[in-house]
Each structure stands twice: as C-alpha cells, then as structure tokens.
Design a protein around this ligand. Structure first.
Ligand SMILES: *Cc1c(COP(=O)(O)O)cnc(C)c1O
Length: 374
C-alpha cells in the first residue's frame, strides 16, 4: 500500500520538536493570538516576501476575508477557475458575489489569461487565480489584465506556498494572497489554519479586525466580522515546520523529476508541464491518462493511493447551478477533469515506492488497453 500522502512519516522527523513546542504552549496559558501567532506572522511575511501576513482559521477564511477587505459583495462578479477546490468559489458566494468562470490552460491546469478578458463585465471586481497543484499561474498576463481593467487580484496560494513565478513568491503579485495550513498542504498544521499575505497596511488592519469580530479594539465593533483566529498550538507547530518547507518542497520537486523520468517514453501518459521561469512546488503530481476512471480503480485495487482532483468541475456543481453555466461552456476544464489523476506525492516518498507506483500505473494502462481491444 502506497498512500497518496503519509503524514506520519513527517511526524517521525519532527515529532520531538513539535511535542516540546506544544507542551510549552500548554504550560504558557496563552492559547489564542499569542506570541507564536505574532512570530509566525512576521516569519511568514519574511518568507513570502510581503509587508504583512495575518494568521486565520483556514484558507477558506483567508479567501472570504480577502474579499470582505476589498469590499467585494452582493452583485459583484469575481473571475476565477472552475478547475479548483470548492473553497475558492464558496468564499465568493459567502460574501454574496458571483463567481464567473474562465476556462483553463490544458498544460498548466491554471486559469487561461486569454479567456479572462471575455468574462469581464461592468460588475467584475476581481480575479482569483489559483496556483493549482503548486504550479504558479501566468501572473504577468493576469496582472496586466487586472491593471488595464482596474480589477483586484486575490491569489489562491493554498496549494502553492513557496512556489515562485519569475523568481518571486506567489502571494506577492496581487492585492492579497491566501494560504491554507490544512494538514495535507505543503505547509500543513495539525488542525485547520490559514493566512493572508498583503502589502497594504490598511488592508492588513481591516483583516485583523475582520478576523476578530470586526473591531480593532476589544469590545468595540465597527462591522460584522467573524471568529477566524489561529490558535497558539497550531502557530507553534507551523513555526517549526516553516524551517523545513524549502527542504520539503525541494524533495517534492525531485520526486516530480523522478516520476517524469519513470514515465518518459510512455506515450499514453502526459506528465505535468511547467510554465517557463517558474518554481513549482508539486502539492500534487498530476498526470493525464486515457481511460482514467478504469485505471483509477485498478490502481486502488493494487494499493496505490491515486486521487482525482477534482472529479466535478465547479461550474457543474449543484451549489453553483443557478449561475447559468452548463456542460460544454468550459470545454478545456471539462475535458481535463476526465483525464487527470494525482499520484502519491509527499517529501518522504522513496525512490522504490515511486518505481512501484510507476510500474503499476504503466501495467494498468497496458491491461486496460488490451481489455478495450478485445
Ligand atoms: C485547501 C484549499 C483551500 C481551502 O483551504 P482550507 O484551509 O481547507 O479552508 C482553498 N483553495 C484551494 C485551492 C485549496 O487547495
């Protein structure tokens, strides 16, 4: 059995450090918005290369509060991709705005800048590019469109902490960057957590107020906010993990290279392609294969933890059915939804396991081909 992700192996590496830090928090008596949160915020601002970060409860809240801070709400439109996790559009819905979907680039799976302009209307307020699977979007093109049309850009970096576009970290291009510390993410906590990156002091202060019931001063409330604070235990754990993130992202990149080599010459498999001059952090290693559903089943039976991210594109989800998007309207998204499969990917994955995954997948494809030939 080779799982898609094995969190226990990472714990074996850092467990002693984590347990010590957690015990310190437990003894300290300070559990919410304490010194670890503050330190994590400045350490992450330094790491990402932005003026400020604000810790939050989740990546979903990061997106939600980013929209709130930019005063995006009822009747507004936000252009994004349907090839992502639902939280991206859920946040748009939470503030009363509508997602408008632009199709993706079939090579990067990210929003296709060439499709954005046609989706702009007088009600468009923002673009949310999602750096899916750890692959940066084409930020030059997206920022150019945003500038010309006076739109905000909120980067969904939940799968891409540490990824770079032309040497610059994701989360520093748009007005606000949104990160998740969900346990499976490249920098994952041991519970929920999230973060925004921002350069504007005004936006930073607004988000600090929004995360704590809409007021900067305790018991004085200026607007409706939420409770979206990160706890000290998570912050302490994340501070430890932050020391390893570059090493772990490097390992993911090495594994991606190894998979690419193992699949080279297998014409039925399309390995991931990277946009020029980007540093991809391989939150997922995602292939395109024919007969995907069948092969997915065969892999599961063979004990390989392959997953489909995501089985249904967002424009065809029931939650968004009122938006008027129907099958056929995002052909590249729809086509790729049927082809993609993500393989085991985590820093501690071994060469031997990768070889097993690759040989199993190749033999599954051969078997499924001979089955269809009969
Ligand atoms: C994980 C994820 C989110 C949401 O993050 P949570 O911390 O789980 O709320 C949003 N967008 C994308 C692309 C994600 O992968």
């Amino acid at each position: 059995m080779i799982p898609i992700l094995d969190s226990k192996r990472q714990y074996a590496q850092i467990g002693a450090e984590v347990e010590k830090a957690v015990c310190e928090v437990l003894r300290s008596g300070s559990y919410i918005l304490g010194p670890n949160c503050k330190a994590l915020e400045s350490e992450l601002a330094k790491y990402i290369g932005c003026n400020y970060t604000v810790t939050l409860n989740s990546g979903t809240d990061a997106l939600h509060l980013a929209l709130r801070a930019l005063d995006i709400g009822a009747g507004d439109e936000v252009i994004t991709t349907a090839f992502t996790f639902v939280a991206t559009t859920e946040a748009i819905g939470i503030v009363g705005a509508h997602p408008v979907f632009a199709d993706i680039d079939p090579n990067t799976f990210n929003i296709d800048p060439a499709k954005i302009e046609a989706a702009i209307t007088p009600r468009t307020k923002a673009i949310i590019p999602v750096h899916l699977y750890g692959q940066p979007c084409d930020m030059d093109a997206i920022m150019d469109i945003a500038k010309r049309h006076n739109l905000y850009v909120i980067e969904d970096c939940c799968q891409a902490i540490g990824a770079k576009y032309k040497g610059q970290m994701v989360g520093t291009f748009g007005d606000i960057g949104c990160f998740s510390f969900y346990p499976t993410k490249n920098l994952g906590g041991m519970g929920d957590g999230g973060l925004i990156s921002v350069n504007s002091e005004e936006l930073k202060n607004r988000i600090i107020a929004l995360r704590n019931h809409g007021g900067a001063v305790r018991y004085y409330h200026d607007e409706i906010g939420v409770n979206s604070r990160l706890d000290e235990i998570q912050a302490a754990i994340l501070r430890i993990k932050l020391n390893y993130i570059d090493e772990w992202n490097c390992a993911r990149r090495d594994h991606a290279k190894t998979y690419n080599e193992l699949f080279a010459g297998c014409s039925d498999i399309q390995t991931p392609s990277e946009l020029a001059d980007t540093y991809c952090v391989y939150h997922q290693y995602t292939l395109k294969i024919p007969n995907r559903d069948n092969i997915h089943k065969m892999l599961q039976e063979a004990g390989i933890g392959a997953m489909l991210y995501y089985p249904v594109p967002l424009h065809l989800q029931k939650v968004h059915s009122h938006l008027g998007f129907t099958k056929g309207m995002l052909p590249v998204t729809e086509k790729n939804t049927e082809l993609v499969i993500s393989l085991p990917m985590f820093p501690e994955l071994t060469r031997e396991e990768q070889e097993t995954v690759a040989s199993t997948l190749i033999s599954c494809i051969e078997k499924s081909k001979s089955a269809t030939a009969v």
